[in-house]
Ligand binder design. Sequence first.
Ligand code: NI
Length: 394
Amino acid sequence: MDYSQLVQGAETLAEEIIALRRDFHRHPELGFQEHRTAGIVASEMEYLDLEVRSGIAETGVVALMVGEKPDPTVLLRFDMDALPVQEETGTPYASIHDGVMHACGHDGHTAIGIGVAKLLHNHLSDLPGRVKFVFLPAEEGLGGAERMVAEGVLENPKPDYSLSMHLRNDKPLGWIGITSGPAMAGAERFKIEIRGEGGHGAAPHKTIDPVLAAAQITNALQSIVSRNVDPRESAVVSVTQFQAGDAFNVIPSHATLQGTIRTFTPEVRELILARVEEVSSGVATAMGVDAHVELTRLTPPVVNDRELAAKLHSLAESMFPEATISSNEITMGSEDMAFFMEGIPSAYLFVGSSDTSRSLDAPHHNPRFDFDEGALSMATSLMAASEWSLLEAS
Ligand code: NI
C-alpha cells in the first residue's frame, strides 16, 4: 500500500466526513441513548456491505470488514456519546438539544470511524485481513466499554491488535501523539464515610466531631503521593467532595469524602489503595471516629505497545512530513479504551485539532468547545493507514 493514496483518499472524503460530524454535532445523545447516532452508523456500515451488529451494550455497533485474508484482525474503536453541557458555540451546527452537547469531540470520532470504513472500502480488494469497527456508547464515565467487552465484543473474531484515537484541542492541527508505553492513567473512585457523634456546636467536648476528622484525613491523604510513592513515578490522589452538616450550630454525626486516584502501574496502584485504607483508619482511630473506605475501579491505564507505537510513529512521519509527532505525551486523564487493550498489542493515538487564530481552542468539556475540522481527514487517513500497516505486517 502506498499510504499517500490514503491521505489523498481521506481528503477527497473530507466534505462528507465534515457533514457527518456536523449532523452528529447538531443531534448529540448522552451515553446509552445514542439511538439516532448508532442508526446512522449502522446504515452507513450496511451500505458498505459490512457485517453489522447493533444494540450491543444498548446502543453500541460492531461492523466487520473482511478483506482478502481472514487474519489478522484489527479492532478500531470510536466513541459516540455527548455530554450534559449547554452549548455556547453559536455555530450553525450547534446542538438542537437543550443541555446536551458534543463537547469532547466524539461527534468527530464517530464521523472519522465512518470515514475510515469508506476509505478502506475503496481498497477492499487489497485489504490484507479483517477490520472490526467498534462504535462505543457511553465512554464518558458510564462504563460503555466494560459492557461491550462483557457482551463479547472481543470474541468472534478476537482482535490481534486494537487501535483508537482522540482529538486534542490543547494541541494544534498538525500535531500527532503516539506515546511509547503508558499514555493515560488508570482511574479509581474512593468514598470515605466517617461516623462520629453529633451534638451542639457550643459543646464540642460532648461530641465526636466527624468534620474535623474528615479534614485531618483529607490532609493526611496528601502525604501518600508526596511521601509513599517513589518520586520517579506519577500518581494523583485528589479529594474532590467533602460533605457534612446541615446547620451552623450543629456538629453533625457523619461526613463523607470522595475523590479519585490515578496511577500507571499495578505496583503504585496497590500501594496507594492500601495507604488510603491505612491512613483513613489510622487517623480515624486517633480522632475517635469510624472510617469506612469504599474503592471502585473505573479503568485500567492506557498503555501503548512500544514496538507498535514505534512502527506507527514512523508511518505517521512518512504520511505527514510536516507534522509534529510526539512519542511522550502522557496525561493523568483516563479512557475506557483500556478495556479493549488489556492483553492485546494496542495503541491509542492523539490528533491535534485546535486553531487558535480562529478561536477553535476551547478545552474539552467546555460549552464553547469546537475544533478545526481539518483534523477529521487527517485522523481518518492516519487510522486507516495504521490499521493497514498492522494487517500488512502480520
Ligand atoms: Ni472524550
